[in-house]
Design a protein around this ligand. Structure first.
Ligand SMILES: Nc1ncnc2c1ncn2[C@@H]1O[C@H](COP(=O)(O)OP(=O)(O)OP(=O)(O)O)[C@@H](O)[C@H]1O
Length: 480
């Protein structure tokens, strides 16, 4: 298999000393996994290379025959302002370093003594460039408001602006070499989004998904890193871990917020060093997969409480895709209902039923703690019970708590704030307690507001007949 080039655009190393060029490219390969390098030992060729090839970073020697680094630097920063340049010099001279930075270099290193710092500086320059590129892509996307890879998102049914912004953000960060963290409540579609990102970044590579919730640290390590033969009693064969299975493709770690502390440490090391040791191995192996993570936990809160390591949190959240809960994008309901009706009808071998026109409005009175997955289950249930032409609302009403006279129905007073964001947390009253009649009228108006004026639905919510509601409305109007 051909080795994937990293970074996608090459790094240009410019130095007249060939042995230095060779040893630097080896150092970079070993320490950072960089294998896409152009070595240039003749400074007269630099501008020609830049005209022909887009490079991600330039390492420029200061002292060279023909053109010195100081000659080239202003030309490069003028014509290629988005390409970071790091200057290397044999001498530790503060005034030269300052001059180079004034001319636009992002960093300055003394060649022989600062190799480790140089590697860190290169990684920093990469991250900065990636952030700048991502920023530009995002700006362009928001101005154009179109999707560049609509095919990657074909399974995601949505017409809401919020989701569109999420998809555009996914496009902007998909190519980044940094990990991507996808957050959102359970059932919002995190895995769907993860698969879409994979379709954009490396559609042909393998897709390996691991749910890490509940894995103890030993199982986590063995699953991810694998082991060598004889690593422990019973290890009679080598086992490749999921990281190696995903080489050249994507490794998706789901439920990352549930990871034990010990496993968090191992994951952090993997992210920082880009390499790992299978159990029993004495040589590290390089991470060659792109990483995607998902969680339905509020990781920021877990970080504050100490349940999630701060350093790992910051490492993971460089690119964070937050998927809004369904109740924040009810404009998606008609499309999703239609989609799941078709899907359910196909799976039950039935003709697709017609949805009653009040269905989306009825469902938009509900908070959907289980999000799209809950909606899907409701529709499958309704279609499984369905007999006649138009789908009945009964199973939906039962599912969301409007059960009619004999059912428990939703409680009008909630003692604690609901985790789902369901209003109200507690009924509060003004100083003067409203009369019962006033309160009833307010509740009626609220039901009409939520049902967008649909009296049948409002009556269902209030637990009264449509006639009783009409009578009450007539009275409200005449009393006004
Ligand atoms: N926008 C959407 N269009 C169509 N189907 C969707 C959409 N969002 C979610 N789904 C469907 O809803 C279900 C749940 O989605 P998914 O498994 O991606 O959610 P999740 O956020 O990863 O859930 P969990 O947190 O429980 O792992 C799946 O059947 C998925 O296909």
């Amino acid at each position: 298999m051909n080795e994937e080039l990293y970074p996608a655009a090459p790094i240009l190393l410019v130095d007249d000393e060939l042995p230095w060029l060779r040893s630097l490219s080896l150092t970079l390969r070993e320490a950072t996994g960089v294998n896409n390098i152009i070595k240039c030992s003749d400074s007269r060729e630099v501008l020609g290379i830049l005209q022909r090839t887009e490079v991600s970073l330039i390492l420029l020697d200061l002292t060279m025959p023909h053109f010195s680094g100081q000659d080239l630097l202003p030309m490069i920063t003028r014509d290629y302002p988005d390409t970071p340049v790091i200057v290397l010099s044999g001498l530790n001279q503060v005034d030269t370093a300052v001059r180079c930075m004034q001319l636009g270099a992002v960093d300055y290193y003394v060649k022989t003594v600062e190799r480790e710092r140089l590697v860190t500086g290169i990684q920093r320059a990469f991250s900065m460039k990636e952030l700048r590129d991502e920023n530009q892509r995002l700006k362009a996307r928001f101005l154009e408001d179109h999707l560049e890879f609509p095919d990657a998102f074909y399974k995601i049914k949505s017409r809401s602006q919020k989701m569109r912004a999420v998809l555009q953000y996914c496009e902007a960060v998909a190519q980044s070499s940094e990990p991507i963290l996808i957050t959102g409540e359970s059932g919002v579609g995190k895995e769907l989004i993860a698969r879409a990102i994979r379709c954009i970044r490396c559609p042909d590579g393998p897709w390996v998904a691991v749910n890490v919730a509940g894995l103890d640290d030993n199982v986590f390590s063995d699953t991810l890193f694998g082991h060598t033969r004889g690593a422990f009693t019973g290890a009679d064969r080598e086992r490749r871990g999921m990281i190696e299975e995903a080489a050249g493709g994507t490794l998706f770690l789901d439920e990352i917020g549930d990871l034990s502390h010990a496993s968090q440490v191992k994951l952090l090391r993997l992210l920082q060093e880009g390499e790992f040791f299978p159990l029993g191995a004495d040589q590290p192996r390089r991470l060659k997969a792109k990483l995607l993570f998902a969680t339905n936990h509020e990781l920021a809160a877990k970080k504050e409480s100490g349940a999630f390591r701060k350093d790992l949190y910051y490492r993971l959240s460089a690119h964070q895709v937050r998927i809004p809960p369904l109740r924040e994008r009810f404009e998606d309901l008609p499309l999703l209902i239609d989609h799941f009706l078709q899907e359910a009808a196909d799976s039950f071998g039935k003709k697709k039923p017609t949805a009653p026109k009040e269905l989306a409005t009825l469902l938009s009175t509900y908070a959907f703690p289980g999000n799209v997955r809950e909606l899907r289950a409701m529709i499958y249930n309704a279609v499984s019970l369905h007999k006649s032409h138009v789908l009945s609302l009964d199973s939906f009403k039962a599912a969301i708590g409007y059960c009619g006279d004999d059912g428990p129905g939703p409680s009008p007073v909630v003692a604690e704030p609901a985790a789902t964001g369901e209003p109200p947390a507690r009924l509060t009253f003004p100083q003067r307690l409203p009369r019962l009649e006033e309160t009833a009228n307010l509740v009626v108006k609220e039901a009409l507001r939520r049902s967008r004026g649909n009296q049948t639905l409002a009556a269902t919510m209030l637990g009264i007949t449509r006639q009783a509601l009409a009578k009450r409305l007539k009275k409200i109007v005449s009393d006004a």
